[in-house]
Structures are given as structure tokens and as C-alpha cells.
Design a protein around this ligand. Structure first.
Ligand SMILES: Cc1cc2nc3c(=O)[nH]c(=O)nc-3n(C[C@H](O)[C@H](O)[C@H](O)COP(=O)(O)OP(=O)(O)OC[C@H]3O[C@@H](n4cnc5c(N)ncnc54)[C@H](O)[C@@H]3O)c2cc1C
Length: 439
């Protein structure tokens, strides 16, 4: 399949025309099969009357999307795979990986081609995030935050001038961060304390942000601050801050349980002055931007968790069915093992169906908020279960820091925490159901 696809590569995007070598796969070819899908094109299809379309299986992809999956899979295997353990131990992202991701067009997947992006659809971004997570969830979340939070916010809420100025940079070499959480405001994110005030030329920001992904390597920060605390959450406003702005600094880098190559820092804003043009969207509309963007972003985290679960499963299944013998036979041939492997794979397929369904609903303009919450909730549960079982399936070999099993297990925990904890996803789902079912 890989050879056929590499022969049919077209210059649809830099991501799929990257000319990566088609050397032998390290792990088996994609096993959850994709085939072309009717209404998933790279253009917006909000005008489409969905009832007129013939339904297709949710796992079907367009040719472009399937090429994206194959290309990113190979890139992750060949370029990221050999560095995964080293980056985890060093708790740092290799700068060469970031550079390659920009070169491959994976940091501007949805950014229009006129701004130097790949001009692809949201599902393509979701596929890239999933494929990267299959090999390294740290690299995956870096790409996820940059594409589904930062680029999306500029594309959706930036005016023409902001888009002309920032999108080419975000597509070509400037990594982005999304700064909402603070020491005192996590799940209750709109209780944020960071303040902004107007100046003669623009705005001045004071406060701090905590848990900010990509912040060590980023040059572009979307920062939420309250411009008028008397209005409560309706004072929250989104601003753009560049790394070298005086008064901005990284106060602390966290040492974490998992996704250790992904940087997570506390940021300080001490009289950070920015021009008027660095306002993102409208004053007082930051809460709407945060809600809207995080709803999309959750589908990305769900994709990260699905990819992680598949990567952990493939690693352990490969070991059980090829390498490890006990009692004179491969451990994967014991029925007790087979049933567990089958159960886990079924759950991964179910998580993926939820993820793609949410992504497709977003693409066609349907309400996807509950779908995104269900996808993130379930995919993170599946990732935790599968990555945990995978350690056990490999026995002692799953527990040591030679392979990826123990790393995937540690990495899986974050899925239930960031971009809304599992309780917050349950709250979103339950609220909607209650409205629907209350007589
Ligand atoms: C590695 C990492 C990367 C991150 N990256 C970013 C980033 O890039 N940008 C950013 O802005 N933030 C980021 N975050 C922050 C993340 O979104 C928050 O950690 C998350 O929203 C939870 O907030 P908290 O940690 O303050 O937990 P808390 O809000 O204190 O929650 C603690 C517990 O209380 C529960 N809880 C809270 N409220 C309720 C409720 N109403 N009902 C039921 N249970 C409740 C939670 O479910 C959780 O179990 C990151 C966090 C981590 C750990």
C-alpha cells in the first residue's frame, strides 16, 4: 500500500509531496483500513445538503487524507522514531524535529496556500496528530497545539492584516503557544487573573500563565487577559505577544510524568506592552475565542490519544505475536492474551470513529461540541487502558525504559487532564443531554 501511494503522490501540499523515502516499515502497515470518503474534501462544504449524500463509513478518507496519513506515518517512523527515547530522557524537543515539521508543511496544515500553508482540511490535521502520536505523543501535542489552537485562532479571529502578518510566519518557522491557564484558574479558566490595560499605543499586560505547551520553543503566544475585570468573563480579551517583547519571560519549566519532550512552562508578564494591532478579535470577546478554539482542540487531543493507544497496542502485539515465547509457544497465541488484544483493538477503533465523526461534523458546520467532548473523554480512557495493558502484555520488557511501552503509559495520563479534564468533558456531555431529556 505504501509503495502504491508513494507513486501517486501529487503536489497537493508540501506534506504529501515531501518525497520521503519509502524504506521498510518498522511496524506493520496501517491496520485500521482507510478508503476514499465522499464529502471530506479540502474545501469548506457548509453549503452541502447532507441528506442528499450517500453515507460512507466514518473511517473512510479522501485520497489526499490517506496520503497525509501515509506520509506522516513514514515521517514519524523514520525521522522521529529514532529520537523518541533520547528526547524523553533529555526532557527536550530536538530542534531538528521542529525544523523538519515546518519543512514538511505539518505546521500549517489548514493555513491557506497563499500564506505558505498546506491548505488542507481539519481532518487532515487530525490525521497528522494521530499518526505522530502513534510514534511520539510529545511531538504530536506540539503539532496539535500549533495547528488546532494557535493557527486556528488566527485564521478564525484575526483580521486581514493579522492574517497577512502572522500566518506566513506560523506556517514557516515560528512555533505558537496558547496561554489560557494560570496558577489559580485551570478548569475554571475564566477566573483568570492576568490583566490588560489600554495604553496610548495599544495594551499593557501583567500577570502569569501556567502549564503552557510549546512555550520553551515558541516565538508567538496567544495570551488571554482581562481588560475590564468589572465585567467578569466578558472582560477577557485575546492578545498576541511575541517572545522578545520586553517584560515577557519564562519563569519555570515543569518536570513531568509524561510527554516529557513537550515543553510546559510558567510565563511571566511584567508590564508587557504590545501595539493595538496585536489584539486578536475584539475586546471582551476572548472568552468566546477560548471556548470556540478549545472545542476544536479537543478533537486534536482525542486524535493524539487514539494514535497513542494504537502505537502502544502495535508495539505490544508485535512482541506477543512475533518475539516472546513461553511454555513453548508465542505468548500472543494464548487465548487469554488474544482476547485482551482483540478487546483493546476494538476500543481503539471505537475511539477513532468518535474522533473522525467529530472532525467531519465540524468540517460540514454541524454542532460538534458534545461529539468533541465524547471523543476526548473516550479516547483518553482507551489510551490509558490500552497503554497500561500493553505494559503488562510485555511483562518485564514493558516495564523497562528500553522500548516505548512504559513511555506510552506515562504519556497516556495527560489525555484526561489538558484541554478540559475528563470531569469537564462529562459535564459538557451531561449538560446537553439534560437539556434534551428534561420534559
Ligand atoms: C502538560 C500540560 C500541558 C498543558 N498545556 C496547556 C496549554 O498549552 N495552555 C493552557 O492554557 N493550559 C494548558 N494546560 C492546563 C490544563 O488545561 C489544565 O491543567 C486543566 O484545564 C486542568 O486544570 P487544573 O490543572 O488547574 O486542575 P483543576 O481545575 O484544579 O482540577 C483538579 C480536579 O478537580 C476536578 N474539577 C474541577 N472543577 C470541577 C467541576 N466543576 N466538576 C467536577 N470536577 C471538577 C478536575 O476534573 C480535576 O480532576 C496544560 C496542562 C498540563 C498538565
Amino acid at each position: 500500500m505504501a509503495a502504491t501511494l508513494s507513486r501517486t503522490l501529487r503536489p497537493l501540499s508540501r506534506a504529501v509531496s515531501s518525497g520521503l523515502s519509502s524504506s521498510k516499515r518498522v511496524i506493520p502497515a496501517r491496520t485500521l483500513q482507510y478508503t476514499p470518503r465522499a464529502f471530506s474534501t479540502t474545501t469548506r462544504r457548509r453549503d452541502v445538503e447532507l441528506t442528499d449524500l450517500t453515507p460512507t463509513p466514518i473511517s473512510h478518507l479522501t485520497e489526499t487524507e490517506a496520503l497525509m496519513a501515509e506520509t506522516v506515518y513514514k515521517f514519524a517512523q523514520e525521522q522521529v522514531g529514532p529520537k523518541v527515547r533520547e528526547m524523553d530522557e533529555a526532557e527536550a524537543m530536538d530542534p531538528a524535529v521542529i525544523e523538519q515539521l515546518f519543512e514538511q508543511g505539518l505546521m500549517g496544515i489548514e493555513i491557506p496556500e497563499e500564506y505558505g500553508g498546506s491548505g488542507m482540511n481539519f481532518t487532515s490535521a487530525i490525521i497528522a496528530i494521530e499518526e505522530l502520536a502513534r510514534v511520539d505523543p510529545s511531538v504530536s501535542v506540539m503539532v496539535d497545539v500549533h495547528n488546532t489552537l494557535v493557527n486556528s485562532a488566527v485564521m478564525k479571529y484575526g483580521d486581514a492584516e493579522a492574517q497577512r502578518k502572522w500566518l506566513p510566519k506560523l506556517a514557516s518557522g515560528t512555533l505558537g503557544s496558547f496561554c489560557l491557564s494560570e496558577p489559580a484558574s485551570g478548569s475554571d479558566s475564566f477566573a483568570l487573573q492576568t490583566k490588560a490595560e489600554k495604553t496610548a499605543n495599544g495594551y499593557k499586560i501583567n500577570g502569569s500563565k501556567m502549564w503552557i505547551t510549546n512555550s520553551m520553543e515558541a516565538g508567538f503566544f496567544i495570551v488571554f487577559a482581562n481588560l475590564d475585570p468589572s465585567k467578569g468573563y466578558k472582560g477577557i480579551t485575546a492578545f498576541i505577544v511575541e517572545k522578545d517583547t520586553p517584560g515577557f519571560s519564562i519563569a519555570k519549566k515543569e518536570k513531568k510524568l509524561g510527554i516529557r519532550a513537550s515543553s510546559t512552562c510558567t510565563l511571566s508578564f511584567d508590564d508587557v506592552e504590545i501595539p493595538k494591532s496585536n489584539l486578536l478579535g475584539e475586546e471582551g470577546k476572548g472568552y468566546k475565542i477560548a471556548i470556540g478554539i478549545l472545542n476544536e482542540g479537543r478533537i486534536g487531543i482525542a486524535a493524539q490519544m487514539t494514535g497513542l493507544a494504537l502505537g502502544a497496542w502495535e508495539n505490544a502485539a508485535g512482541y506477543a505475536w512475533n518475539d516472546r515465547k513461553q511454555f513453548g509457544q508465542l505468548i500472543g497465541t494464548f487465548q487469554g492474551m488474544q482476547h485482551q488484544l482483540a478487546q483493546a483493538y476494538t476500543e481503539i477503533a471505537a475511539a477513532r470513529a468518535l474522533v473522525y465523526n467529530a472532525a467531519r461534523k465540524k468540517e460540514v458546520g454541524q454542532d460538534y461540541v458534545v461529539d468533541a467532548a465524547m471523543a476526548k473523554l473516550y479516547a483518553s480512557q482507551v489510551a490509558g487502558r490500552v497503554a497500561g495493558s500493553a505494559v503488562e502484555w510485555m511483562g518485564g520488557m514493558g516495564f523497562v525504559r528500553e522500548g516505548i511501552a512504559e513511555k506510552m503509559f506515562r504519556d497516556s495520563k495527560i489525555g484526561a487532564i489538558y484541554e478540559g479534564t475528563s470531569n469537564i468533558q462529562l459535564q459538557t456531555i451531561a449538560k446537553k443531554l439534560q437539556t434534551q431529556y428534561t420534559r
